[in-house]
Design a protein around this ligand. Structure first.
Ligand code: ATP
Length: 215
Protein backbone atom coordinates (compact mmCIF):
# COMPACT_ATOMS: atom_id res chain seq x y z
CA UNK A 1 0.00 0.00 0.00
CA UNK A 2 1.23 3.49 -0.84
CA UNK A 3 2.44 5.36 2.26
CA UNK A 4 0.52 8.54 3.07
CA UNK A 5 2.67 11.60 2.41
CA UNK A 6 3.84 13.46 5.47
CA UNK A 7 5.12 16.92 4.68
CA UNK A 8 6.46 19.66 6.93
CA UNK A 9 6.04 23.24 5.75
CA UNK A 10 8.45 25.69 7.34
CA UNK A 11 7.68 29.30 6.53
CA UNK A 12 9.71 32.29 7.60
CA UNK A 13 11.63 35.31 6.51
CA UNK A 14 14.96 33.45 6.60
CA UNK A 15 16.87 36.73 6.58
CA UNK A 16 19.22 34.82 6.74
CA UNK A 17 18.52 31.12 7.30
CA UNK A 18 20.58 29.94 10.29
CA UNK A 19 21.66 26.84 12.21
CA UNK A 20 18.68 27.21 14.57
CA UNK A 21 16.26 26.78 11.64
CA UNK A 22 18.13 23.74 10.38
CA UNK A 23 18.38 22.07 13.80
CA UNK A 24 14.70 22.40 14.62
CA UNK A 25 13.64 21.39 11.11
CA UNK A 26 15.71 18.19 11.33
CA UNK A 27 14.28 17.42 14.76
CA UNK A 28 10.71 18.01 13.52
CA UNK A 29 11.32 15.80 10.48
CA UNK A 30 12.44 12.88 12.65
CA UNK A 31 9.80 13.44 15.34
CA UNK A 32 6.92 13.63 12.86
CA UNK A 33 8.30 10.93 10.51
CA UNK A 34 8.04 13.38 7.65
CA UNK A 35 9.28 12.46 4.21
CA UNK A 36 9.77 16.07 3.14
CA UNK A 37 10.56 19.37 4.89
CA UNK A 38 9.98 22.39 2.73
CA UNK A 39 11.41 25.81 3.55
CA UNK A 40 9.14 28.58 2.32
CA UNK A 41 10.61 32.07 2.39
CA UNK A 42 7.97 34.78 2.74
CA UNK A 43 8.06 37.74 0.41
CA UNK A 44 7.07 39.75 3.38
CA UNK A 45 5.82 38.29 6.61
CA UNK A 46 2.35 39.54 7.56
CA UNK A 47 3.48 38.97 11.16
CA UNK A 48 6.43 41.40 11.05
CA UNK A 49 6.25 45.08 10.54
CA UNK A 50 9.49 45.51 8.58
CA UNK A 51 10.39 44.19 5.17
CA UNK A 52 13.30 41.73 4.94
CA UNK A 53 16.75 43.28 4.58
CA UNK A 54 18.14 40.84 2.02
CA UNK A 55 16.22 40.63 -1.25
CA UNK A 56 14.07 37.64 -2.24
CA UNK A 57 16.70 36.08 -4.51
CA UNK A 58 19.40 36.28 -1.84
CA UNK A 59 17.19 34.74 0.86
CA UNK A 60 16.10 31.97 -1.52
CA UNK A 61 19.69 31.32 -2.61
CA UNK A 62 20.89 31.10 1.00
CA UNK A 63 18.24 28.46 1.72
CA UNK A 64 19.36 26.46 -1.34
CA UNK A 65 22.95 26.67 -0.10
CA UNK A 66 22.01 25.71 3.47
CA UNK A 67 20.10 22.58 2.47
CA UNK A 68 22.42 21.41 -0.29
CA UNK A 69 23.02 17.64 -0.05
CA UNK A 70 20.30 17.19 2.61
CA UNK A 71 17.89 14.86 0.83
CA UNK A 72 14.71 15.38 2.85
CA UNK A 73 14.89 19.19 2.67
CA UNK A 74 13.36 21.21 -0.12
CA UNK A 75 12.56 24.84 -0.81
CA UNK A 76 9.56 26.50 -2.43
CA UNK A 77 9.36 29.99 -3.90
CA UNK A 78 5.54 29.92 -3.97
CA UNK A 79 5.21 32.87 -1.56
CA UNK A 80 7.82 34.92 -3.41
CA UNK A 81 6.04 34.59 -6.72
CA UNK A 82 2.61 35.49 -5.37
CA UNK A 83 1.42 39.06 -4.89
CA UNK A 84 1.92 40.24 -1.30
CA UNK A 85 0.91 39.93 1.42
CA UNK A 86 1.50 36.19 1.61
CA UNK A 87 -0.83 34.36 3.95
CA UNK A 88 -0.11 30.97 5.45
CA UNK A 89 -3.61 29.69 4.66
CA UNK A 90 -2.99 30.26 0.92
CA UNK A 91 0.33 28.45 1.09
CA UNK A 92 -1.21 25.48 2.86
CA UNK A 93 -3.95 25.38 0.18
CA UNK A 94 -1.22 25.38 -2.48
CA UNK A 95 0.49 22.35 -0.90
CA UNK A 96 -2.82 20.61 -0.22
CA UNK A 97 -3.44 20.74 -3.99
CA UNK A 98 0.03 19.38 -4.64
CA UNK A 99 0.00 16.52 -2.11
CA UNK A 100 -3.71 15.67 -2.05
CA UNK A 101 -6.40 15.38 0.62
CA UNK A 102 -4.83 12.37 2.38
CA UNK A 103 -1.43 13.96 3.06
CA UNK A 104 -0.42 15.00 6.56
CA UNK A 105 0.62 18.63 6.32
CA UNK A 106 2.43 20.21 9.27
CA UNK A 107 3.19 23.91 9.63
CA UNK A 108 6.05 24.81 11.97
CA UNK A 109 6.26 27.94 14.09
CA UNK A 110 8.58 28.92 16.90
CA UNK A 111 7.38 29.69 20.44
CA UNK A 112 7.91 33.41 19.77
CA UNK A 113 4.95 33.36 17.36
CA UNK A 114 2.37 31.97 19.79
CA UNK A 115 1.15 35.29 21.21
CA UNK A 116 0.39 36.61 17.73
CA UNK A 117 -1.54 33.55 16.54
CA UNK A 118 -5.05 34.96 17.20
CA UNK A 119 -4.27 37.73 14.70
CA UNK A 120 -3.26 35.45 11.85
CA UNK A 121 -5.38 35.70 8.72
CA UNK A 122 -8.19 33.06 8.76
CA UNK A 123 -6.51 31.30 11.65
CA UNK A 124 -9.45 29.00 12.44
CA UNK A 125 -9.43 27.67 8.88
CA UNK A 126 -5.68 27.31 9.04
CA UNK A 127 -5.90 25.20 12.20
CA UNK A 128 -8.30 22.90 10.37
CA UNK A 129 -6.28 22.81 7.15
CA UNK A 130 -3.01 21.55 8.64
CA UNK A 131 -1.40 20.56 11.93
CA UNK A 132 0.23 23.61 13.42
CA UNK A 133 3.31 22.55 15.38
CA UNK A 134 4.75 24.97 17.92
CA UNK A 135 8.46 24.51 18.59
CA UNK A 136 10.50 25.34 21.66
CA UNK A 137 12.84 28.25 21.07
CA UNK A 138 16.20 28.83 22.74
CA UNK A 139 16.23 31.88 25.01
CA UNK A 140 12.48 31.66 25.59
CA UNK A 141 10.23 29.91 28.09
CA UNK A 142 8.43 26.79 26.97
CA UNK A 143 5.33 27.80 24.99
CA UNK A 144 2.32 28.57 27.18
CA UNK A 145 -0.88 28.03 25.23
CA UNK A 146 -3.32 28.90 28.04
CA UNK A 147 -4.02 32.43 26.70
CA UNK A 148 -5.17 30.87 23.43
CA UNK A 149 -8.12 29.06 25.04
CA UNK A 150 -10.29 32.20 25.02
CA UNK A 151 -9.68 32.60 21.27
CA UNK A 152 -9.78 29.04 19.97
CA UNK A 153 -11.50 27.00 22.70
CA UNK A 154 -10.30 24.07 24.83
CA UNK A 155 -10.43 21.44 22.13
CA UNK A 156 -8.37 23.32 19.57
CA UNK A 157 -5.79 24.26 22.20
CA UNK A 158 -5.57 20.65 23.36
CA UNK A 159 -4.75 19.69 19.75
CA UNK A 160 -2.09 22.40 19.61
CA UNK A 161 -0.63 21.19 22.94
CA UNK A 162 -0.49 17.70 21.54
CA UNK A 163 1.52 18.94 18.55
CA UNK A 164 4.05 21.04 20.51
CA UNK A 165 7.53 19.90 19.48
CA UNK A 166 10.21 19.78 22.19
CA UNK A 167 12.86 20.94 19.74
CA UNK A 168 16.47 21.42 20.87
CA UNK A 169 17.05 24.87 22.35
CA UNK A 170 19.26 26.75 19.91
CA UNK A 171 19.50 30.38 20.89
CA UNK A 172 20.08 31.88 17.44
CA UNK A 173 18.00 34.47 15.62
CA UNK A 174 18.37 36.15 12.24
CA UNK A 175 18.14 39.52 14.02
CA UNK A 176 21.17 38.65 16.11
CA UNK A 177 23.09 37.52 13.02
CA UNK A 178 22.30 40.75 11.15
CA UNK A 179 23.30 42.80 14.18
CA UNK A 180 26.57 40.93 14.58
CA UNK A 181 27.49 41.28 10.92
CA UNK A 182 26.74 45.00 10.93
CA UNK A 183 28.98 45.33 14.01
CA UNK A 184 31.77 43.34 12.33
CA UNK A 185 31.42 40.38 14.70
CA UNK A 186 31.83 36.75 13.61
CA UNK A 187 28.81 34.60 12.77
CA UNK A 188 30.64 31.48 11.57
CA UNK A 189 29.06 29.33 14.30
CA UNK A 190 25.55 30.55 13.53
CA UNK A 191 25.08 29.84 9.82
CA UNK A 192 26.18 27.01 7.49
CA UNK A 193 29.58 27.61 5.79
CA UNK A 194 28.13 28.15 2.29
CA UNK A 195 25.70 30.73 3.67
CA UNK A 196 28.54 32.48 5.48
CA UNK A 197 30.49 32.61 2.23
CA UNK A 198 27.47 33.96 0.31
CA UNK A 199 26.84 36.68 2.91
CA UNK A 200 30.49 37.76 2.78
CA UNK A 201 30.75 37.68 -1.01
CA UNK A 202 27.60 39.76 -1.44
CA UNK A 203 28.27 41.97 1.57
CA UNK A 204 24.80 41.28 2.94
CA UNK A 205 23.86 42.99 6.20
CA UNK A 206 27.14 44.95 6.29
CA UNK A 207 26.70 48.56 7.24
CA UNK A 208 22.89 48.41 7.15
CA UNK A 209 20.73 49.93 9.82
CA UNK A 210 19.68 46.80 11.60
CA UNK A 211 16.18 46.75 12.99
CA UNK A 212 14.60 44.00 15.01
CA UNK A 213 12.19 42.78 12.38
CA UNK A 214 10.38 40.55 14.82
CA UNK A 215 8.84 43.38 16.78
P1 ATP B 1 14.20 37.39 13.07
O1 ATP B 1 15.23 37.43 14.14
O2 ATP B 1 14.52 38.20 11.84
O3 ATP B 1 12.80 37.61 13.59
P2 ATP B 1 14.11 34.48 13.14
O4 ATP B 1 15.43 34.01 13.61
O5 ATP B 1 12.96 34.41 14.10
O6 ATP B 1 14.21 35.89 12.45
P3 ATP B 1 12.45 33.60 10.97
O7 ATP B 1 12.87 33.38 9.56
O8 ATP B 1 11.58 34.74 11.24
O9 ATP B 1 13.80 33.62 11.86
O10 ATP B 1 11.82 32.26 11.55
C1 ATP B 1 11.00 31.38 10.82
C2 ATP B 1 10.34 30.47 11.83
O11 ATP B 1 11.34 29.73 12.54
C3 ATP B 1 9.52 31.21 12.91
O12 ATP B 1 8.37 30.44 13.19
C4 ATP B 1 10.46 31.24 14.12
O13 ATP B 1 9.74 31.29 15.32
C5 ATP B 1 11.20 29.92 13.95
N1 ATP B 1 12.56 29.97 14.51
C6 ATP B 1 13.56 30.77 14.13
N2 ATP B 1 14.68 30.52 14.85
C7 ATP B 1 14.36 29.53 15.71
C8 ATP B 1 15.09 28.84 16.73
N3 ATP B 1 16.35 29.16 17.03
N4 ATP B 1 14.45 27.87 17.44
C9 ATP B 1 13.14 27.57 17.15
N5 ATP B 1 12.40 28.19 16.20
C10 ATP B 1 13.00 29.16 15.48
Amino acid sequence: MKKRRSVILFGGTFDPIHNGHLTVALFAGAHLHADRIIFIPARRSPHKKDAPIADDVSRLTMIHLAIMGKGCFGVSDCELTRPEPSYTIDTVAHFRCEYGPQADLFWLIGADMVAGLPHWHRITELLAACRLCIMYRGGMDKPDLTPLVSHFGQEAVARLENDVLPTPLVDISSTDIRTRIAAGQPVADLVPPLVLHYIGKNRLYHGTTVTDASK
